[in-house]
Write a protein that binds this ligand. Structure first.
Ligand SMILES: [Zn+2]
Ligand SMILES: [Zn+2]
Ligand SMILES: [Zn+2]
Length: 158
C-alpha cells in the first residue's frame, strides 16, 4: 500500500481537519466527525458509496449529500485525493503520499497500484512527444492480469 505515513503524521493531519473545515464554512457536526473518524481508519481506497455505507452502519441518520460535500472539501484541503475505478466511479485515497495509477483485471476483478517509477517511461514519452503532463492518479488501465491470461485463460480456450 502506497498511502499512509507514520502514525504521528496521520494523527497530525487529522487533528487540524476540524479547524480547516470550519475555515471553509463547514460546521463541525457529529455527522462530519463520524465521517472523518471512519476516513482516518481507512487504509488504501474507498468509494463515496462505501463511505456512506460505513457511516450509516454507525449512524443510520447519515445524509449522503453531506458526506459527498465534505469529501469535496477534504479533497481541496489535500487530505484525500480521488482516482477512478474500472467503471469510472471515484475512489478516494486517504492522505495520499505517493501518487500512483491503477491496473484493473477484467477477469478476476483484481486491482494493483502502478507506482511512479513503473509509469515513468510512458509519462516521460507523453511529455516529450505531446507536451502532455500526465496526472498519474488518473492513470487507470483495464486489462487481463497474468494469472487470468495464463492457466485459466488457456483452459477456457481449449
Ligand atoms: Zn477524476
Ligand atoms: Zn485477473
Ligand atoms: Zn490507489
Amino acid at each position: 500500500m502506497s498511502v499512509g505515513g507514520s502514525v504521528a503524521e496521520r494523527a497530525g493531519a487529522w487533528a487540524s481537519v476540524r479547524d480547516r473545515l470550519r475555515e471553509r464554512g463547514l460546521r463541525w457536526t457529529p455527522q462530519r466527525r463520524l465521517m472523518v473518524d471512519v476516513l482516518a481508519q481507512t487504509d488504501g481506497h474507498i468509494t463515496g458509496a462505501e463511505l456512506v455505507e460505513r457511516c450509516r452502519e454507525l449512524d443510520p441518520a447519515t445524509i449522503p449529500s453531506t458526506v459527498y460535500r465534505t469529501l469535496d472539501v477534504l479533497e481541496q484541503l489535500g487530505v484525500i485525493r480521488h482516482g477512478h475505478g474500472r467503471d469510472g466511479r471515484e475512489e478516494f485515497h486517504v492522505l495520499p503520499q505517493n501518487e500512483h495509477g491503477h491496473l484493473f483485471c477484467s477477469g478476476c476483478s483484481g486491482s494493483w497500484d502502478i507506482e511512479a517509477p513503473e509509469a515513468s517511461p510512458l509519462v516521460r514519452a507523453l511529455r516529450r512527444q505531446r507536451g502532455f503532463a500526465v496526472d498519474l492518479s488518473h492513470l487507470t488501465v483495464v486489462g487481463v492480469c497474468e494469472d487470468c491470461s495464463s492457466d485459466r485463460g488457456v483452459a477456457r480456450r481449449s
